[in-house]
Design a protein around this ligand. Structure first.
Ligand code: AMP
Length: 114
């Protein structure tokens, strides 16, 4: 599998505005933010997307969402509300083939997302 831009960020091959890191994941600000807060939470393990997740990823997936909730608190958007989104595959709008949770907030979200 070709190295993705997110793998390069994990190994510090390219810069990113990193806001959180632990042994399992990394979180950094999206380069093209769609809301005042737009953070991507990614596993350090290479996982193509939610469509490639298997039972052994259950804890990791839960961890990514809990980190998102913690970051929402940290960003001051938890009380007002926020959105977590995972785009999976081409029709899901996924453009980077490394699983990532979008944390978006700081403005009113709309539905359907388009
Ligand atoms: P998706 O369309 O769900 O695959 O989301 C990929 C996201 O990665 C987009 O919101 C991009 O703006 C973001 N992105 C791409 N390259 C970078 C980068 N070098 N640093 C931060 N965010 C990036």
């Amino acid at each position: 599998m070709a190295e993705t831009i997110f793998s390069k960020i994990i190994r510090r091959g390219i810069p990113a505005d990193i806001v959180y890191e632990d042994t399992r994941c990394l979180a950094f600000r999206d380069i093209n933010p769609q809301a005042p807060t737009h953070i991507l939470i990614i596993p350090k393990e290479e996982l193509e997307g939610l469509q490639a997740a298997a039972p052994q990823h259950e804890q990791l997936l839960g961890h990514l969402l809990l980190v998102a909730a913690r970051l929402a608190e940290q960003e001051g958007i938890a009380a007002a509300g926020y959105r977590c989104a995972i785009n999976a595959g081409p029709e899901g709008g996924q453009t980077v083939c490394h699983l990532h949770v979008h944390l978006l907030g700081g403005r009113q979200m709309e539905w359907p997302p388009g």
